[in-house]
Every structure is written in structure tokens, then in C-alpha cells.
Design a protein around this ligand. Structure first.
Ligand code: SF4
Length: 169
């Protein structure tokens, strides 16, 4: 299924995924709901090989929003983005995706289309603030997992006010 076109209406912030540069970060929104990724054979097989549970993950990013429950690691968005907004999250920080919601990543992850660790990897909008709103990633995503909406900045800014970080993480 495509990302919910009403996003982020009716979603709540469930995490803040940070870049180690201290400047870039994006919010993670839930609740997630099993979708295209949970029906993709490569994804199912690779989760099984890792002995990791395939669970709802939610949406990474607010203005550049990637539904990780729909993303099945095809990589077209990573290839077309002119400003390198995306990276493969596991190539930076190989942890279960649910934990990435509140992780800090270096930003040095792979940004080649075929650079995924495996099909449990996800396209991560680690440099969301660098988006120039060209919509190229939206156009090429097979499951239509991406919604780019500049005006969602208001939701991001509200999250800046409301989100309480767990500093023990
Ligand atoms: S809209 Fe364009 S600049 Fe923004 S993340 Fe997508 S491809 Fe990159």
C-alpha cells in the first residue's frame, strides 16, 4: 500500500532518529501497520535469516516521509535524490529497524541503489533538511512509500516543541 496520503494526520511521534553531526534529525511517526514489506518474499526471507521479527515500523521523516512498512528496499529513491537525503540505514547502524526510531546514525551509510545490507534494510531520510522538493523520489518508488510535503514543516516544528527525548538511549 502507498503511504497514507493524509500523513501525518492521526499519527504520533514515536521517535527521533538523529544524525551524529548534531544538525540533521528526523522524527518517526506511528502507529505503523504491516504493509507491502510484510508481503515481499525477499523481505520475509531476509528477516527469517536474521531471526528478527517483522513488526510494524511506522514512518521515518515528516517533510520527506518514508513509510518503512511499505518500503521493501528497492533503492530507486536513493539513486535519484540529487541532494543525498537518503542512505541505507543498516549500512550505518545494523540494528533492528524498530530500534532505529530512536537511534543516532553517523550519516556515513551507503547511498548506492544496490548498497542495501539485505532486504530488511530501509531507505532512511537521514538528511531530510537537505531536500529541494524535486519529487524525483516520490515518482520512482515502486510501492509509493514516500510522501514529500514541504508544508509538513509545521508538524516537524510542533514535534520540536512537544517531543521529550529519552536521554538514557
Ligand atoms: S524530493 Fe528530491 S531532493 Fe527531496 S528527498 Fe526526494 S529526491 Fe531528494
Amino acid at each position: 500500500m502507498p503511504i497514507n496520503q493524509d500523513f501525518p494526520k492521526d499519527y504520533q511521534v514515536i521517535g527521533k532518529h538523529k544524525h551524529a553531526d548534531g544538525q540533521h534529525y528526523h522524527y518517526v511517526w506511528g502507529p505503523g501497520k504491516l504493509s507491502d514489506a510484510a508481503e515481499n518474499e525477499n523481505v520475509i526471507d531476509n528477516y527469517a535469516a536474521r531471526n528478527e521479527e517483522l513488526v510494524p515500523l511506522g514512518v521515518h521523516g515528516t517533510m520527506v516521509a518514508v513509510d518503512w512498512d511499505s518500503c521493501f528496499a528497492e533503492g530507486a529513491c536513493i539513486e535519484v535524490c540529487p541532494t543525498k537525503v537518503y542512505q541505507w540505514y543498516r549500512t550505518d547502524n545494523d540494528i533492528p529497524a524498530i530500534q532505529a526510531a530512536n537511534a543516532t546514525s553517523s550519516g556515513n551509510g551507503n547511498d548506492d541503489r544496490e548498497g542495501r545490507v539485505d532486504y530488511t534494510d530501509k531507505s532512511d531520510p537521514i538528511r531530510e533538511q537537505d531536500c529541494i522538493w524535486c519529487m524525483a523520489c516520490v515518482a520512482v518508488c515502486p510501492p509509493q512509500a514516500i510522501k514529500v510535503e514541504q508544508s509538513n514543516l509545521e508538524y516537524h516544528e510542533k514535534a520540536n516543541q512537544d517531543f521529550k527525548e529519552d536521554t538514557s538511549l
